[in-house]
Design a protein around this ligand. Sequence first.
Ligand code: NAD
Ligand code: UDP
Length: 312
Amino acid sequence: MKKILVTGGAGFIGSHLCERLLNEGNEVICLDNYFTGSKKNIANLLKNPYFEIVRHDITMPYFIEVDEIYNLACPASPIHYQFNPIKTIKTSVMGAINMLGLAKRIKAKILQASTSEVYGDPLVHPQTEDYWGNCNPIGSRSCYDEGKRCAESLFMNYHHKNDVQIKIARIFNTYGPNMRPDDGRVVSNFIVQAIKDEDITIYGDGKQTRSFQYIDDLVEGLIRLMNSESSFIGPVNIGNPNEFTMIELAESIINITGSKSKITYHTLPEDDPMQRRPDISLAKKVLNKWEPKVQLNEGLKNTIEYFKEITI
Ligand code: NAD
Ligand code: UDP
């Protein structure tokens, strides 16, 4: 049995990761400040005596003895990470310093939830890990992109200078149950709108693309990365390479829900990337042939079921 700290454990991804780690027989400590996370996401885990929750903000140091740390704490939806951009930067940067300092002291292995946003509005397509990205350092997304880029730099430097065992995952757009109805990201927005027969809000002309990964595939990838060869530190893309326009996504959700919603078009937010698709060759090679198993329609059906239960 390993003792594992999951920061951001009450959030969308963190809650699924905590559940899976517990099911595999580990002891899990979930740390969260509940900015975007919810106790409801982890309520079903509380009956497990090997699960513990701690209210804490990772911009402050935290002391504990664990074998592994998954560092997920950070708001991930543009509306939430732009609500207090300075806090977002502090969470990524000071949070990384605090968690890396902890990992160094207790000799724990630590995994960083980085993001495809480090590629910005990418000029290389699909994105490979050796692409340095096209980010606007002063735009409204920079608090997130640059915070995550700085965190990657901190992880690499703690590894090279202080021998901390690290793993960096670059996560691409992920969706599934436990997203908040007001999360603001595209999949949850469209599903909630479709269920309520409200207008579907496409930003821009809807021809921009994203590649959507179902949560179970991501969790499998993260755990395989944590358990990968110690010489492998990443960064590695973890995403589903099937790419869709926002119009295609809206149409799929309308079809599955049988909604009467109409598609409407709104202003495209600043610096919104026009295309995004992971090259997952490296992940397949180093993560024991990992690849996404859940296709969009199946994942959407599960997610729609979840939103129907919580919104009706
Ligand atoms: P989320 O907003 O649902 O979860 C983030 C969690 O971190 C929440 O529970 C929140 O309360 C907590 N948190 C935020 N700031 C904190 C702080 N200062 N101290 C302690 N806890 C704090 O988002 P998510 O989609 O679950 O994302 C989890 C991680 O994965 C984030 O680091 C995000 O950047 C990364 N990621 C997610 C995606 C995606 O598509 N979901 C893509 C790329 C990267
Ligand atoms: N988007 C949209 N309607 C919405 C929410 C988002 O058209 O109600 C678009 C958004 O402009 C972007 C894409 O969907 O082009 C994905 O947005 P999301 O916030 O989910 O993720 P990110 O932009 O961070 O990849």
